[in-house]
Design a protein around this ligand. Sequence first.
Ligand SMILES: C[S@@+](CC[C@H](N)C(=O)[O-])C[C@H]1O[C@@H](n2cnc3c(N)ncnc32)[C@H](O)[C@@H]1O
Length: 223
Amino acid sequence: MAGGTPALRRALAFEYDLGFVRRRYNRLARIYPFFELAFLLPPGIRVRAVKKLELGPGARVLEVGCGTGRNLAYLVNAVGPQGVVYGVDASDGMLAKAKELCDRRGWQNVRLLQQDAGEMTLPEPVDGVLFSLSYAVMPASRQVLAQAWKQLRSGGRVVIMDAKLPPGGAGKLLRWPVTVFSRATVLGDPDRRPWNELKELGSAVEMEELSFRTYYICMGRKV
Ligand SMILES: C[S@@+](CC[C@H](N)C(=O)[O-])C[C@H]1O[C@@H](n2cnc3c(N)ncnc32)[C@H](O)[C@@H]1O
């Protein structure tokens, strides 16, 4: 990022390895829902993102970086009892929370897998892939997207929902506080542009922006 001393720029750079991400999220697992409030997540954004996957009964869907499972209810509901929901995450602490949720709700068709998303493999192709607040956190996100693309059947959709800086003066004003807060907490890099990376994979992209263009949901389809 531009500006600041070299030492400050290094401290705020979104350059870290997966071990660091795992340790950070293992620590965050118990208090994770708090961040939904702190980051002013637009109401209903999770439901909107899942709807854009256009899943039907019996579909197979993957959530990459599923965390504590805050989208699982919407995904389970979208695929019905004959469908399967795969949740991949690198953090055992976050997955333990997701497992507790599945046990509480009695979901039999959720498969939680502890894997590095850059190397994840599934037992079958899926109809949809969701990244929810995870793309901006992932080291080597471009490699992760390519790996997710491989798991997707032709005609399937990838939906990426995350936060970003708004364009213009507001973005310039917010850049430092957002970067400092995000780097110190959940590690989400507001400069990631997955819509461009989806285009590089040959996909047309649909983009929706919410909350004064500080959140987005982008969707690509594998042809
Ligand atoms: C901010 S949380 C999002 C959780 C959930 N998707 C949500 O919407 O609340 C980001 C998650 O991505 C996971 N993650 C980051 N990099 C990963 C990677 N390379 N492989 C698997 N999971 C990863 C973290 O462990 C964390 O659980």
